[in-house]
Design a protein around this ligand. Sequence first.
Ligand code: AMP
Ligand code: MG
Length: 482
Amino acid sequence: MTIGWCFDNTYSRLPEAFKENINPIPVKKPELIILNNDLAEKLNLNFSNLNDKEISELFAGNSLPPKSNSIAQAYAGHQFGHFTMLGDGRAVLIGEHLSKKKERYDIQFKGSGKTAFSRNGDGRAALGPMLREYIISEAMHNLAIPTTRSLAVVKTGEDVIRETSLPGAVLTRIASSHIRVGTFQYIAARQRKDELETLLDYVIHRHYPSIKNSKNRPLELLNIVLEKQINLVVNWMRVGFIHGVMNTDNMSISGETIDYGPCAFMNTYDPKTVFSSIDKMGRYAYCNQPIITKWNLSRFAECLIPLIDKNQEKAIQLATEIINSFEKKYEEKWLNMMRDKLGLFGTDEKDKFLILDLLTWMHQKKVDYTNTFCQLMNEKFKEDKNYEDQDFLNWKKRWNERLKTNNNTPEKYIKLMKTVNPLVVPRNHKVEEALEAAEKGNLKPVNLLLEILKKPYTKQKNIFDYQVPSPFNEEYQTFCGT
Ligand code: AMP
Ligand code: MG
């Protein structure tokens, strides 16, 4: 039986400027750490006929599948607000695989060695951060949030030097594409309209064929990406996800969460929560995520100006109108998401106050974000005196009054709540614990964590340990791991 690869590498057929042709640099002693069989099945790939050595060689990039065509993609990006020319400095796209349903997936090796875009980096990645991306991206997928996914992690048998020497690894990342706002910025910066048009055509054909006959395709693309990104960030806010490095090169045109560097989940509700050690100013704090999304979309809009209208002023005016629709659309989607979290059907003009008052109470009382919604669903994770607080009880009375206007049974509203309020998220300390063990060669905690995170909306045996908020909430820091 064959593996089932079905490559059709459209991106590698784009003009030279878009990429560098380069193979992954072979590694010394590849060793398979984890393989995602569920995802392999979804991709219609079957590795069961390969032995461990063959699988390791494959996912390390030492032996490339037939008909793959390995490239590093060029892109630029605003990193913490500053524009830089970037590109895949430690990753290669080995090709686009088609599933039996003809769904197209990028297969990317991250940590695969130096490319033309490596600048001063070594092109490599460490085991901890690659496994971290595996765990959190899969958790996001199971939380029903659009995301890139992780097919495998292999150890390279080589060390990488960071603050200390760490075991090297390669992650196989699966994405509906790796085209970013930064990809448009890279091509726009070259100031060649023909290349920009090529990219626009490519993206519409690949991701948004429904707008191919629109009167103004770049404008329609801006609109559709804005919608996608609002949906995404509303989802992040829903589960308390903090991306941590929302640079324009880490914002996907397809609307998937991409790049799990310093991301983490909020425990205690505090809108200003930041975990990333390099985010000193809190640019990418929890509450800033929608604002930054709009900022990034504005950078995207700037790239499209030359294509929107020959008259630059008119083009700017048209794009600005779309960008300015952000707040209203975001607020509406956010409100509806919060209504779902509270089991509220229909709308009431006072809903916003009801929601904000709960959040304010959570902030003041320093209670756990995820577990507060569990409490409201009667999925108490443990007795907690905070929920006997008079202010909370008063708020609950108002909530109950509002629920009565639902004209729905408790079963119905609880059912709604259970579809959007996870019982479990990847708690930072559990992720760290699992990674530490993995680095010492014990993969059991990683596998247990992955198992629990497969069904975040379902009550499971042994879930309690994974619901306990982090004991080191305030001090927790994440690192880019580059
Ligand atoms: P990231 O912070 O992962 O979004 O990466 C930002 C940029 O730095 C991208 O162009 C990466 O390819 C590049 N980069 C990150 N780590 C390395 C590394 N170890 N070697 C070379 N390039 C890197
Ligand atoms: Mg990145």
